[in-house]
Design a protein around this ligand. Structure first.
Ligand SMILES: [Zn+2]
Length: 133
């Protein structure tokens, strides 16, 4: 192919086996509709999604079960899905998540719920946040 442009089309496909590693408990919990966070044993920083190691002091973190409830802080809607930053109850950070439903607004309360879908390509897609009625 000859081109005068700096760019040319290229399609790349990979078959890849992704290891869940030490985060397997987090992904297992998502498949059950549960929110499993990490908690530092030293400074008590709680992160969702979890970190294996504390961002502050590099201690190895443990697990902490959250309620799965949170508050929408920011929303962006794309062609196929709505993404939001959620402040999970009990966590010290915001998490980027998929929302189920485009009628949510900043300030709404949401709950992590397991979804039954057959087209899931990644274990993080096993759960969504839905508005609490
Ligand atoms: Zn810490």
């Amino acid at each position: 192919m000859c081109t005068n442009s700096l760019y040319f089309p290229l399609k790349v496909e990979l078959d890849y086996s992704y290891s869940l590693g030490d985060l397997k408990p987090y992904f297992d919990a998502l498949q059950e509709g549960r929110a499993l966070a990490s908690e530092c044993p030293e400074c008590r920083e709680v992160k969702f999604p979890p970190r294996l190691q504390c961002d502050r002091d590099r201690n190895m973190a443990g697990w902490k079960e959250l309620t799965g409830l949170g508050t929408v802080k920011r929303i962006t809607t794309g062609r196929n899905e709505t993404l939001a930053q959620i402040a999970m109850d009990g966590a010290n950070n915001l998490c980027l998540v998929r929302l189920d439903g485009k009628d949510l607004v900043v300030g709404d309360r949401v709950r992590l719920e397991r979804i039954d879908a057959t087209d899931i390509e990644h274990p993080a897609q096993c759960a969504v946040f839905r508005h609490i009625d």
